[in-house]
Design a protein around this ligand. Structure first.
Ligand SMILES: [Mg+2]
Length: 241
């Protein structure tokens, strides 16, 4: 097989996500909420931290828990609209979410060896795309990638929140292939979740590579590696063979 396009999951493959969910929890959630309240008050809003839970996070969490059945991410818009109405502010969605997300986003780091592996793949001529299930707008994760010098690494970056569809649906992967201009027969999907990443890769008709770990429930991949650092060598052997 001649591989041209490499589609990669983000969490657990490129970035260490501090928990698999992709949004702030516990201490970072707390710090983010404090920042959100400060922002709302700075914009002239009248609101306390308890109001955030009632108006925003509790109703969003109900949608979030149903999202797998919906096959898409839970929308923040109606809940932010309710918050704005109660607080009497006009602050845009992304600015409010960014205040909450930032303390968490600042903790996210590339996985050991991932940056070097991606540079090696690019130097070998592979076209790289990121295809990621995320519960918040992709712009927030783009900021994290930029901070670590990773935004130009991927010629296509597709996030489930923005695309309205989640893996294991193959739709995100199909859009990434269109972005790269490569066919499915010349592309692979690399991920750490067999149910979502390998499932989506197979559904899109791509060869698949699983990064071994705890998420081993789901279809088998065509190949397995220990981490992204092993991918350049694996692809070298495929192309040579
Ligand atoms: Mg992952």
């Amino acid at each position: 097989m001649i591989v041209k396009g490499v589609l990669l999951d983000m969490g657990g493959v490129v970035l260490e996500m501090a928990g698999a969910r992709g949004f702030p929890v516990e201490r970072l959630d707390w710090r983010g909420r404090e920042a959100m309240v400060r922002l709302i008050r700075a914009q002239g809003g009248r609101l306390g931290r308890d109001d955030l839970e009632t108006l925003l996070f509790t109703p969003w969490r109900l949608d979030y828990q149903r999202r797998v059945a919906m096959g898409r991410e839970a929308a923040w818009e109606p809940h932010l609209e309710r918050l704005r109405g109660a607080a009497g502010i006009t602050t845009p969605d992304l600015q409010l979410l960014e205040a909450w997300f930032r303390p968490y986003g600042e903790q996210l780091r590339p996985i050991a060896g991932a940056v070097e592996a991606l540079e090696s793949l690019r130097a070998s001529g592979f076209e790289l795309a990121l295809v990621s299930n995320v519960p918040l707008p992709g712009a927030l994760y783009e900021q994290v990638l930029r901070r670590h010098g990773l935004s130009d690494t991927f010629r296509s970056r597709r996030f489930s929140y923005d695309c309205g569809t989640r893996k294991p649906s193959p739709a995100l992967l199909r859009r990434a292939l269109q972005d790269l201009g490569v066919g499915k027969e010349a592309s692979i999907m690399v991920g750490d979740r067999r149910d979502r990443d390998i499932g989506a890769g197979r559904a899109a008709g791509l060869a698949t590579v699983w990064i071994r770990g705890e998420f081993d429930d789901g279809p088998a991949a065509d190949a397995e590696i220990g981490s992204l650092a092993d991918l350049p060598e694996l692809l070298g052997s495929w192309t040579d063979g």
